[in-house]
Design a protein around this ligand. Structure first.
Ligand code: CUA
Length: 360
């Protein structure tokens, strides 16, 4: 998978800056479509004008010669457009496939959209609002959801735009290829201040990114916060180790396949865990009764994500120190701060009421 490309060589005039691995090829694809459209527009218009003049009626009562078809011509005007459209399809599908295939070893950042701000949380717990700091040359994967209506996370310089939908997780990934500050827009009308739901994306050298992470007051990592929620919401009373509780054990659960009461099997991913927290009766695990209460309205989307991060992090020993292991990004130990024991206080709500869309 290419992460760098010759994007800096061909900056197309009037296009936004090219600052991600996708930008150059997407520009090329659009340029090809525009050129193709332009070519046929001119060709058809010129032919129409030429024929209009050449075959105009020259006298009253003139009867034109009847033409009964031309096989070669008809094959040509069927096959050529077919080949061209299949080329467009194949190229577009390849780009789509690249953009919507989860990258390996990506730095995972969790994004929440909310009328009218963007929140982001880095793997070690650093948060930012209406901003996103990312390291140059590293794959970055955004996992996104919305607290209210549909938004769309749009970074023109990266040529990425992904809907952020309440009730589900969507993902987007990119590798930033150019240091700088770029626009972030909401690209889906989401209410009166939609146009103000903007921000900036800052691409930094990896060492600067590390320094930036260290400078942001670090809260608990999502997994640590999730563990605390797991206790404070009393999940831990039922989901005991070794399947001895009223609910199934959650150790080593993420990524596994579980058998449901209705005989079906389901792969445990973010979407399944989220559904099971908010609508526990939807997919009950075989051997258990449907007696877990819903946590709909009791936890924010960010808190759901934290609990999921915690479940992802627990191995054979439930309740042990969770390892968040933010994939490839492997920040320096100083930035992890994981050594600090979490104070035994109740989890603080992720989204205090009346929070204003500015850095806090
Ligand atoms: Cu959020 Cu438009």
């Amino acid at each position: 998978m290419f992460d760098m490309n010759p994007s800096l060589l061909i900056q197309i005039p009037f296009f936004p800056e090219q600052a991600s691995n996708f930008a150059f090829e997407i520009d090329l694809f659009y340029l090809f479509l525009v050129a193709l459209t332009g070519f046929f527009t001119v060709l058809i218009a010129a032919a129409a004008i030429y024929f209009l003049i050449k075959y105009r009626r020259r006298s009253q009562g003139e009867i034109p010669e009847q033409i009964e078809g031309h096989l070669k011509l008809e094959i040509a005007w069927t096959v050529i457009p077919f080949v061209i459209s299949m080329f467009i399809f194949a190229w577009g599908a390849k780009l789509y496939y690249q953009m919507y295939t989860d990258p390996k070893d990506a730095l995972e950042i969790f994004v929440t959209g909310k009328q009218w701000m963007w929140r982001a949380q880095h793997p070690d717990g650093q948060r930012e609002i209406n901003e996103l700091h990312v390291p140059l040359g590293r794959r970055v994967k955004l996992t996104m959801t919305s607290e209210d209506v549909i938004h769309s996370y749009y970074i023109p310089a990266f040529r990425t735009k992904t809907d952020v939908v309440p009730g589900r997780y969507t993902t987007s990934w990119f590798t930033p290829t150019k240091v700088g500050t770029y626009h972030l827009f909401c690209a889906e009308y989401c209410g009166t201040q939609h146009s103000g739901m903007i921000g900036k994306v800052t691409v930094m050298e990896y060492s600067d990114y590390q320094a930036w992470l260290r400078g942001v007051p670090r809260e608990k990592s999502p997994a640590e916060a999730g563990e605390q929620l797991f206790t404070s919401l009393a999940c831990s009373n039922c989901h005991l180790e070794n399947n001895t509780g009223r609910g199934p054990s959650l150790q080593n659960l993420f990524g596994a396949e579980v058998k449901l009461a209705n005989g079906a099997t389901v792969k445990v991913d973010e979407a399944y865990l989220r559904e099971s927290i908010l609508n526990p009766g939807a997919k009950v695990v075989a051997g258990y009764s449907n007696d877990m209460p819903t946590f709909q309205g009791l936890v924010t989307e960010e808190q759901v994500a934290m609990i999921i991060q915690y479940i992802k992090s627990i191995g054979p020993k439930q309740g042990g120190a969770p390892t968040t292991a933010p994939a490839a990004a492997a920040p320096a130990p100083a930035a992890r701060g994981g050594e600090r024991p979490a104070p035994p206080q109740a989890a603080k709500p992720a989204a205090p009421q009346g929070e204003q869309p500015k850095q806090d």
